[in-house]
Design a protein around this ligand. Structure first.
Ligand SMILES: Cc1ncc(COP(=O)(O)O)c(C=O)c1O
Length: 355
């Protein structure tokens, strides 16, 4: 047992939950991590070819800056407002560790992105959570009424795991009226109805966090970015972020991927139409409550059949996420929208189970 303060701190950290990764090596149909299997093979091949070009003996000097230029062209926002990180996970963590004031309080939803929640626990940040209603919707006025004592507002838009996205005006109103740091996490932004990244040019306390993991289907490259006012971006990138946060291979692959926006647009359209197909097909079984989603996954309440559906799918090599209780809904499962073939296999397996 480690002695003294280190032992105490280590055991304190170990006692925290930590982010629960899904088990590795589960079935061939990975529909539990909100990855993107609609992206064409040619897109992946181009990214892979670009990843093979750097000389790994060298630090990627100037690499992050070139990626920022490519992200600036993609988002239409000035390069001076864009920062990068090793996945949006790392960006979120660094914002909390370096910008949150001592004894900070954050206002968010319940549920919210579980990694963010775990990091708040690690950094001793108190969370005030506004629950989702039974229809998986958040009440903007309740959120606004509870914002008074909070130093930070964190909302994932769309939300993971519900797929909910506020009407644009409501979220904009919340953002504009909040005094402290506002983090809007748009990991699933492209699948939703709007982005608030443009607002960071007007609102000086807003950081919009985004990623190439979801719409670009590049989760393995760990490429996250944010759009924020220049002053924040400069402090983050020059002082907080590591000198070389991204692997040179990831940088080159990311730049190549950002040049092929057509493929991403098509993949996003396909995910949206497949999301509608999954939502309709699950609803038509008449045994689940299925919630409207603006993301690349669908949440449904399987009630008492929750455990049975999850394990029967797992036995067939189809991994979906056990979410469990969300507000009044007791047995929620989250299925990622996969390729059309994956979705058809998932739907026919559920159909057979519920006959
Ligand atoms: C809401 C939300 N934010 C951020 C992330 C992390 O994304 P990244 O792969 O960029 O770290 C996820 C991943 O599932 C997510 O659901």
């Amino acid at each position: 047992m480690t002695r003294g303060w280190l032992g105490e701190r280590t055991r304190g950290i170990a006692a925290l939950g930590g982010y629960k990764k899904p088990p590795a090596g589960r079935g061939p149909l990975k529909m539990d991590s909100n990855e993107n299997y609609a992206i064409p093979a040619s897109f992946q091949e181009a990214a892979r070819a670009a990843a093979a070009t750097p000389d790994e003996r060298e630090y990627p000097l100037g690499g992050a800056e070139r990626l920022v230029e490519a992200l600036s062209a993609y988002t239409g926002m000035p390069a001076a407002m864009i920062g990068v990180g090793c996945g949006s996970d790392q960006i979120l963590d660094m914002i909390l560790s370096s910008f949150a004031p001592a004894g900070a309080r954050v206002l968010t939803s319940d549920p919210t992105f579980s990694f963010f929640e775990e990091r708040c626990k690690l950094r001793s940040i108190t969370m005030d959570k506004v629950p989702f209603g039974p229809g998986m919707e958040l009440d903007a006025s309740e959120m606004a009424s509870r914002s008074g004592g909070a130093d930070m507002l964190y909302l994932d838009s769309p939300n993971n795991p519900t797929g909910f996205q506020f009407p644009r005006g409501e979220l904009e109103g919340l953002v504009r009226s909040f005094e402290g740091l506002v983090i809007i996490d748009e990991a699933y932004g492209e699948f939703g109805r709007y982005t608030l990244s443009g607002l960071a040019a007007e609102v000086d306390n807003l950081v919009v966090v985004r990623t190439l993991s979801k719409s670009f289907g590049l989760a393995g490259l760990r490429l996250g970015y944010f759009v924020a006012p220049e002053e924040f971006t400069d402090a983050f990138m020059r002082v907080v972020q590591y000198p070389y946060p991204l692997a040179s291979h990831s940088i080159e692959a990311g730049i190549a991927a950002l040049a092929d926006r057509g493929a991403v647009g098509e993949a996003v359209s396909l995910v949206r139409s497949e999301r509608a197909r999954i939502t309709e097909a699950l609803s038509s079984l008449g045994q689940f409550e299925v919630f409207k989603s603006d993301a690349n996954f669908v949440l449904f309440d399987a009630g008492g059949a929750y455990g049975r559906v999850h394990s029967a799918l797992a036995e067939q090599g189809i991994a979906v996420r056990r979410v469990g209780r969300v507000g009044e809904r007791g047995g929620c499962l989250r299925v990622g929208v996969g390729s059309p073939e994956m979705n058809s296999r998932f739907l026919s397996a559920v159909h057979d189970l519920m006959r």
